[in-house]
Ligand binder design. Structure first.
Ligand SMILES: *[C@@H]1O[C@H](CO)[C@@H](O)[C@H](O)[C@H]1NC(C)=O
Ligand SMILES: *[C@@H]1O[C@H](CO)[C@@H](O)[C@H](O)[C@H]1NC(C)=O
Ligand SMILES: *[C@@H]1O[C@H](CO)[C@@H](O)[C@H](O)[C@H]1NC(C)=O
Ligand SMILES: *[C@@H]1O[C@H](CO)[C@@H](O)[C@H](O)[C@H]1NC(C)=O
Ligand SMILES: *[C@@H]1O[C@H](CO)[C@@H](O)[C@H](O)[C@H]1NC(C)=O
Length: 196
């Protein structure tokens, strides 16, 4: 029983700690210092659970003098809703404050920062909602604050978009994919596995 109480406590603490830590970073204050591209062609329709996307990114070395990557520690690549799939959907709303932003709810991958030669082959999870997307990669510092980014589309988020056909999964699963992909809950799952 004690183990169970300790477990629930730890779970609560870990969720609370993740949820309550506000970074207060504005996207508009960040430099677009990463060059990001996807293997998709504009308007391509990919099937959730079947198709793969290759995501590549690198530091824009033209910025070495003005926006150096000295403090870049890790990167996080995320799948983001294009404006066309955000209209009328409050749960996908863009906010300049990244603590409140809901544009990019799905983590594709994360790992240590490296200047160049980054490539990740992603199999689109089958619970991905049917929508139009782009990819954004954040550079994080040692405090896990975003300090730079890049995205596979233009500033208006209208170019190089791709669609994911997730219609088979639209009734259920999208809420779970949100939870399953958030950093805090992944941590909680790991903890649960560890304790089991
Ligand atoms: C968040 O950042 C804004 C603008 O940089 C600042 O005005 C505000 O006080 C900050 N809020 C917190 C809680 O740090
Ligand atoms: C870096 O600068 C060169 C020369 O101006 C330019 O051709 C190149 O496109 C720039 N690279 C990026 C990623 O902006
Ligand atoms: C962004 O670039 C500007 C110069 O263009 C620089 O002054 C600033 O420090 C950079 N910000 C970050 C977080 O690297
Ligand atoms: C890196 O972080 C240190 C400590 O927070 C800070 O003093 C320095 O200005 C940062 N360097 C850059 C290039 O942002
Ligand atoms: C799936 O998403 C695409 C792109 O956002 C949209 O054009 C299409 O109508 C959607 N299909 C269904 C069945 O919702």
């Amino acid at each position: 029983m004690e183990v169970h109480i300790a477990f629930v406590f730890l779970l609560l603490v870990s969720c609370f700690a993740t949820a309550s830590y506000a970074h207060n970073v504005s996207l508009s204050a960040l430099n677009q210092s990463l060059v990001v591209s996807t293997s998709t062609t504009a308007g391509q329709v990919l099937t959730a659970g079947v198709d793969q996307i290759t995501i590549t990114w690198a530091y824009n070395t033209n910025l070495t003098a003005t926006a150096p990557d000295t403090n870049y520690t890790t990167v996080e690549a995320k799948l983001c809703y294009a404006p066309v799939s955000q209209t009328g959907q409050d749960d996908r709303k863009t906010d300049d404050n990244l603590d409140l932003d809901k544009t990019c709810p799905f983590v594709i991958t994360d790992g240590p920062y490296q200047r160049s030669d980054n490539s990740f082959i992603w199999t689109i999870p089958k619970d991905t909602p049917n929508a139009t997307y782009f990819v954004r990669v954040y550079a994080l510092d040692a405090d896990d604050d975003q300090i730079g980014y890049g995205q596979s589309t233009n500033g208006l988020k209208t170019s190089n978009l791709f669609q994911i056909d997730g219609t088979v999964n639209d009734q259920k699963g999208s809420a779970w994919s949100l939870i399953g992909n958030s950093f805090g809950y992944r941590y909680a799952w790991l903890l649960m596995l560890f304790l089991a």
